[in-house]
Design a binder for this molecule. Structure first.
Ligand code: ADP
Ligand code: MG
Length: 435
């Protein structure tokens, strides 16, 4: 028997909960959630609702239930020091301590780490603590990307051509950022196709999961505002249609070197998820950013096809024995689609009811929904994720599409994720860049 603490209440955590409960080690799940996720609640022996600020309450819940280890799902509790607080009670976490979570929470930390340890993957960049010199640096760049140094819930990064056009606008945004953040990262705009590579590490060994492509834009055809992610896919061969093996190998190599550099820099082993956002450019694979947790939606692509016992993996992350584990994933393609409230993300409807029909063989993961006496209500964020799993992406897409049509209410989703047409566009774009 093993008691496990899970922190988080989204669809990513629902997928984590499911992976834990598939274990043969007779796990009992204790979940600390911001809001009641009906899927996680059902899988849990017990759960507690609370804020991620309330580390005392989190610790007490963990102690009262004799948990052996914790898994921290979202970036928020990592940034608030959940792993540090739990360690005071001798409970170790899959999830880095606050200082190491800077890999995600500080874009300058990561860029400067790669630079210092001579790890390839950075675009041309500079970190500024004041506006001095920014104007001159902007003149040196081909295209401009501006990144606040801190967590912004995916809403802080601005890209030239997408969010602004001129250098004057870039400078004005830097000034605005510097009022709220200690520094701003200014970097060259890269052109290419992005992929997510989620790795688990004990600080020494890096365990790789299949690459995934996410879709940030709200509407079909990659139009509209950026979101937390509208859906994602992975392929049966554990590559992506536009990727070659060398791309993934390069990304793994970068991640290994970064894990090593973190240890050299801090003297502490990073234990948790290192999720790299990479982009394949004309000059090869570059790093966009690291996150210190699984992706949401990307966790829903890789965890359901994990064949290795996830409790064993978590324990190996904590014990520093990940080198003893040879993880296996099913050779299946996956397509995840999110049903989101109408108007999301700019002006979403609030507290509307959704009903779920027969989703067939698809998997269903709850996100921002609340279970009341008379049914399921959405908040204003992504509501429900469905995942199709099959021999190829097209089949998986059909399964996900059929399932999501069964979610009735004021919702919408991206019909194009995982379709041949959109994949063709990605492959064509990549071809133009590689030549
Ligand atoms: N150097 C870059 N060149 C081109 N696009 C970029 C660059 N950096 C970020 N982006 C785009 O902006 C998005 C968000 O940036 P990212 O660094 O992932 O921050 P966050 O996820 O914290 O918002 C990326 O997914 C990518 O599409
Ligand atoms: Mg990102």
């Amino acid at each position: 028997m093993v008691n496990v603490l899970l922190i988080g209440s989204g669809a990513r955590e629902h997928a984590i909960a499911e992976a834990i409960m598939r274990s043969s080690k007779d796990p009992k799940l204790f979940s600390y959630m911001k809001a009641k996720n009906p899927g996680i609640a059902k899988l849990s022996e017990d759960f507690q609702l609370g804020s991620y600020d309330n580390l005392e309450e989190m610790k007490n819940f963990a102690k009262a239930n004799n948990v052996e280890f914790a898994i921290i799902g979202p970036e928020d509790p990592l940034n608030k020091g959940a792993a540090d607080a739990l360690e005071e009670e001798n409970i170790l976490s899959v999830g880095p301590k606050k200082s190491l979570a800077r890999l995600e929470t500080s874009k300058s930390f990561t860029r400067l780490l790669l630079q210092k340890y001579d790890i390839p993957g950075n675009p041309k960049f500079k970190v500024f603590e004041s506006v001095d010199g920014i104007k001159e640096f902007l003149d040196e760049l081909e295209g401009i990307v501006i990144k606040p140094d801190g967590l912004t819930g995916g809403k802080g990064v601005r890209v030239q051509g997408d969010h602004f056009q001129t250098k004057e606008e870039a400078l004005a945004y830097c000034e605005e950022v510097l009022k709220e953040h200690p520094s701003v990262v200014v970097e060259d705009k890269l052109d290419g196709e992005e992929f997510s590579l989620q790795c688990l590490t004990d600080g020494k060994t890096v365990m790789v999961t299949p690459p995934v492509q996410d879709h940030k834009r709200a509407y079909v055809g990659d139009k509209g505002p950026n979101t937390g992610g509208m859906g994602s896919y992975s392929d049966a061969d554990h590559l992506l249609p536009f990727l070659i093996k060398k791309d993934v190998d390069t990304a793994i190599e970068i991640t290994k070197k970064v894990a090593e550099a973190i240890y050299k820099e801090t003297g502490v082993y990073y234990k948790g998820v290192m999720y790299g956002g990479f982009i394949v450019t004309k000059e090869g694979v570059k790093l966009i950013e690291y996150n210190a947790r699984f992706g949401d939606p990307e966790a829903m692509n890789v965890l359901p096809i994990l064949k290795t016992d996830f409790v064993d993996i978590c324990k190996a992350v904590i014990d520093g024995t990940l080198d003893k584990i040879n993880p296996e994933f099913e050779n299946k393609a996956t397509v995840c689609k999110y049903a989101v409230p109408e108007g999301y993300p700019v002006n979403p409807v609030r507290d509307k009811k959704v009903e779920i029909g027969d989703v067939g063989e698809a998997k269903l993961y709850y996100a921002a929904v609340d279970e009341k006496d008379d049914g399921l209500y959405m908040s204003t964020s992504r509501a429900i994720g469905v995942v199709g799993i099959s021999e190829d992406i097209s089949d998986a897409e059909q399964i996900a599409e059929n399932a999501i049509k069964e979610i009735k209410g004021p919702v919408f989703h991206r019909e194009d994720i995982g379709t041949k047409e959109l994949l063709g566009k990605r492959v064509k774009h990549m071809g133009e860049i590689r030549e």
